[in-house]
Design a protein around this ligand. Structure first.
Ligand code: NAD
Ligand code: 2HG
Length: 524
């Protein structure tokens, strides 16, 4: 019989599939309370309170699967789970509606001073003049991050007669059109919206997305809402703009540190807050617990699971053969995504030579996982990449090519957006490693790892020297440098590996250089 530890509070209705199964025994205890019996458990079910660290996993040698009843897996050390051979699953859409509704409730409460007014009535005050609110009707709601929750929120706001504009660099026009919203640039949204709400994952691109500079571009009197992850709205910047009155009010369900300790934001009467309650409804808790219970049971019965976010489902032997290509594919997908920071409609992958004889569908999923990684909240892997790609309105295809590029094996990825196409080619050379051998029409040869700097320039004497000079002036050390061109004196590209990530000032100086038409950086 399998032993299951449920360490955070979960809906017992949702846990029914496990509680009623003759295959498993369910123990509902906090990890600390189960300290002496941790070694017996095959599965661990958590919400966000239990921190699943490598140390905890080491105390659970029988552990096979961790089920997260919710979306974010930031409380689980996924890398350690993968290394320890533990599958991690989550329930990506079980709490979407609840979180969208909570955001809507926060917006209404914010604009009508409901929490502030409630406190005064309970203190026997009757001060109607102090709480003159603002209608939602006719206001422009700016949604940053238009995934599952952003979409549900938009539908509700439209029903209230709000004008909804969105910013999501990965949203396709078709999908925006389907839901009846307009996708804008971030600057357009910031200057046009009366209320701005964020629904992105917390990534290196979204951390502090609404910081001092960007909030400074918003309308005076703007309202800001964060029911996604603490830190997407920079907390110090928000203090600054609440203090000077530029931001009229803010609503937060999430904080950088939870529970917040000595947080200056809490002193503002025009800031309303809830203790991470987005997913706290009976329905959401039932959904997420039921989804996770069913998947855990399937897994323990040896059946495939749908929402695994870390481990592949191949046999060890097959996996070993494709592992080098799997890593190359992931990096190529990731580079494509970083090159094309715009909506994408289609991804096609072409296989040539010996790689074409392997299990290419798995390598394709690895390209997709690498592509999605910078764009989504949960860890994407070969198990869920296809599904998430389709959910994002992106089609994908693979083809075996009879081309001969001169390499023993070659992988080509083509990413198509509305106006732009990006192509990248790679190969794996045994005992030598992964190489990127083509970018768009340029032949090049570099190792895809670390901090990379890409420059599109004119093939003229002195350009490479000026690049070296600028990097030197900024104390940036160049590890390697490769150049590719189509013809003498024409367009050319260079790819440099540098010792650390580059800041805006370096990029600014490079972009200001004559004969340089594009500069991009990548961290792999
Ligand atoms: N408060 C809560 O209790 C609660 C509950 C559920 C989810 N969440 C959080 O809400 C967030 C959104 O969840 P979801 O299920 O809608 O996720 P999702 O993955 O469906 O949507 C996220 C969207 O953000 C977009 N995005 C990524 N990077 C971006 C960027 N730099 N700029 C603009 N958009 C960007 C993606 O394209 C995607 O469309 C997550 O952080 C999740 O953890 C909070
Ligand atoms: O467990 C919770 O209530 C929080 C869930 C939420 O933040 C999520 O990411 O799904």
């Amino acid at each position: 019989m399998f032993q299951i530890l449920v360490s955070d509070s979960m809906s017992s209705e949702g846990l029914k599939p496990l509680l009623e199964s003759p295959l498993v025994n369910v123990v509902q205890k906090k990890v600390d309370e189960a300290a002496n019996e941790l070694h017996i458990f095959d599965a661990l079910l958590v919400r966000s309170a239990t921190k699943v660290t490598n140390e905890l996993m080491k105390k659970m040698p029988n552990l096979k699967i961790i089920g997260r009843a919710g979306v974010g897996v930031d409380n689980i050390d996924i890398n350690a789970a993968t290394k320890n051979g533990v599958v991690v699953i989550n329930s990506p859409d079980g709490n979407t509606i609840s979180t969208a509704e909570h955001t809507f409730a926060m917006m209404s409460a914010l604009m009508r001073y409901i929490p502030q007014a409630y406190v005064t009535v309970k203190s026997n005050e009757w001060n109607r003049g102090a709480f003159v609110g603002t209608e939602l009707y006719g206001k422009t709601l700016g949604i940053i991050g238009f995934g599952r929750i952003g979409t549900e929120l938009a539908k509700r706001a439209q029903a209230f007669g709000m004008d909804v504009i969105v910013y999501d660099p990965f949203l396709t026009e078709e999908r925006a059109h389907e839901i009846g919203v307009r996708n804008h640039t971030l600057d357009e949204l910031l200057t046009a919206a009366d209320i701005i709400t964020v629904h992105t994952p917390l990534t290196k691109d979204t951390k502090g997305l609404l910081g001092k500079y960007n909030i400074g571009k918003t309308k005076k009197g703007v309202y800001l809402i964060n029911c996604a992850r603490g830190g997407i709205i920079d907390e110090d910047a928000l203090v600054h703009y609440l203090e000077n009155g530029h931001v009229k009010g803010a609503a937060l369900d999430v904080f950088v540190v939870e529970p917040p300790v000595n947080n200056k934001l809490l002193k503002f009467s025009n800031l309303i807050a809830t203790p991470h309650l987005g997913a706290s409804t009976k329905e959401a808790q039932l959904n997420v617990a039921a989804q996770v219970s069913e998947q855990v049971l399937r897994f323990l019965e040896g059946k495939p699971v749908a929402s695994s976010i870390n481990l592949p489902t191949l046999s060890k032997e097959v996996f070993q053969k494709i592992q080098p290509f799997y890593q190359l594919a992931k990096k190529m997908g990731n580079l494509s995504s970083q090159f094309m920071k715009i909506p994408v409609k289609e991804i096609s992958i072409q296989y040539e030579g010996s790689v074409a004889e392997l299990e290419t569908s798995f390598i394709t999923k690895s390209v997709l996982a690498g592509f999605l990684e910078p764009r989504v909240d949960t860890t994407v892997n070969e198990v869920n990449a296809g599904l998430i790609t389709k959910e994002r309105g992106i089609t994908f295809s693979e083809k075996i090519s009879s081309n001969t590029s001169g390499y023993e094996n070659c992988l080509a990825v083509k990413v198509t957006g509305n106006k732009h196409v990006f192509e990248i080619k790679g190969t794996y050379i045994p005992n030598y490693g992964e190489r990127i051998i083509g970018i768009n029409d340029f032949n090049i040869d570099f190792y895809p790892a670390g901090h990379l700097l890409y420059i599109h320039h004119c093939d003229k004497p002195g350009v490479i020297g000026r690049v070296g000079q600028i990097l030197g002036n900024h104390e940036v050390n160049i590890a390697t440098m490769q150049v590719g061109r189509k013809e003498k004196g024409g367009e050319a590209i260079m790819m440099l590996a540098v010792d650390h990530s580059l800041d805006e000032k370096v990029l600014h100086d490079l972009k200001a250089c004559d004969d340089i038409s594009a500069v991009k950086t990548f961290d792999l």
